[in-house]
Design a protein around this ligand. Structure first.
Ligand code: AHN
Ligand code: ZN
Length: 325
């Protein structure tokens, strides 16, 4: 009798967890997955992440100083608030290498704000103003479905999932950098890129995190994320943690254990100026030594976005976050 009561209480607890995880927006059930005795973590819904990528793309290219850019940033803020995050908007101005003054916003949404131990998850949300590598149309604008919107979609889906499930032991800070992509290509000044993360790292006050993970171009079919040079040099333990978690979950064909060159990306300034170890999950083809033929071209539109890639990245991040003690 005593044992039966215990069993039914346990079943009740489990069914309560599962039913309390129904998604407010979509009427689907979230499932909690037990990877081993210790880690219980929610499933990542790639359909929902994809819809958030599409939502960003639908605003039009998120080029700084345009109406589409303002509207897309406002949507990120609104979604973060809807998922219960404490939102901080850092508004600032920066001048590009070609002399344009930009009005920019870095956006942070803090989940589980009381937790002292915090994980920083980041992506840039702006779009490069020209498809500069497009053979036919280098002055055209482009959708930036992968370069920008994919990372935003994965982070917003993490916010939605965390709001609908149990709270992890750690706090999660979702940081959306602006002004990443107005940089000088072909061996130009590396500091011309990443204007938002440079500003944030210099003006972050006493904010810190245990470590960070940056997402950049994480939605394309056939994506591979090798071990990027600065990540490997400056945050080796975090690369070990993230890449081994991905392979444990069966995503080793995305998170490949090969090294690639160091790339100036937002994580460089988080590591060097903010002193937070941060790795870059960055699409790169190690065979051709190149980001991919979509990169900074009109091919970077929804047709290259692939739900299983979004799933591999989002599920790995949820696992990493929920495994923290
Ligand atoms: C450089 O090419 C130096 N950095 C590329 C960072 C980037 C641009 N990621 C996406 N777009
Ligand atoms: Zn870019």
């Amino acid at each position: 009798m005593k044992k039966n009561l215990k069993t039914s209480l346990l079943l009740l607890a489990i069914s309560t967890i599962i039913s309390s995880c129904s998604d407010s927006g979509k009427n689907e059930k979230q499932q909690l997955v037990v990877a081993n005795e210790k880690v219980v973590f929610p499933t990542f819904n790639a359909d929902s992440a994809y819809s958030f990528v599409q939502e960003q793309v639908n605003f039009g290219p998120r080029i700084p100083n345009t109406a589409a850019h303002i509207a897309a940033g406002d949507k990120i803020i609104a979604r973060l608030k809807a998922y219960g995050a404490n939102v901080h908007v850092q508004s600032f101005e920066a001048t590009t290498y070609d002399g344009v003054n930009l009005k920019l916003r870095n956006i942070m949404g803090q989940l589980n704000p009381e937790a002292k131990k915090r994980i920083l998850l980041a992506a840039h949300w702006d779009t490069r103003p020209w498809a500069s590598k497009d053979v036919l149309n280098p002055k055209a604008t482009f959708d930036g479905a992968n370069d920008g919107a994919s990372g935003v979609g994965v982070l917003l889906e993490i916010a939605r999932t965390m709001a609908a499930n149990n709270t992890p032991a750690v706090g999660v800070d979702l940081l959306f950098f602006d002004g990443e992509d107005w940089g000088q290509e072909n061996g130009g000044d590396p500091e011309s890129w990443c204007l938002g993360s440079q500003y944030w790292a210099k003006h972050k006050g006493n904010y810190t995190a245990y470590y960070g993970i940056l997402l950049d171009m994480v939605g394309a079919e056939g994506a591979q994320f090798p071990l990027e040079g600065y990540s490997y040099q400056m945050a080796k333990k975090i690369t070990d943690k993230v890449w081994s978690s991905a392979s444990k979950m069966g995503y080793g064909k995305y998170f490949i254990a090969k090294k690639m060159p160091a790339i100036t990306d937002d994580h460089f300034y988080v590591n060097t100026l903010a002193n937070i170890p941060m790795v870059d999950v960055l699409h790169y083809d190690p065979v051709n030594g190149y980001f991919g033929d979509f990169h900074h071209s009109t091919k970077d539109n929804m047709s290259i976005i692939y739900k299983p890639t979004l799933k591999a990245v989002g599920q790995t991040l949820l696992y990493v976050v929920y495994a923290e003690k």
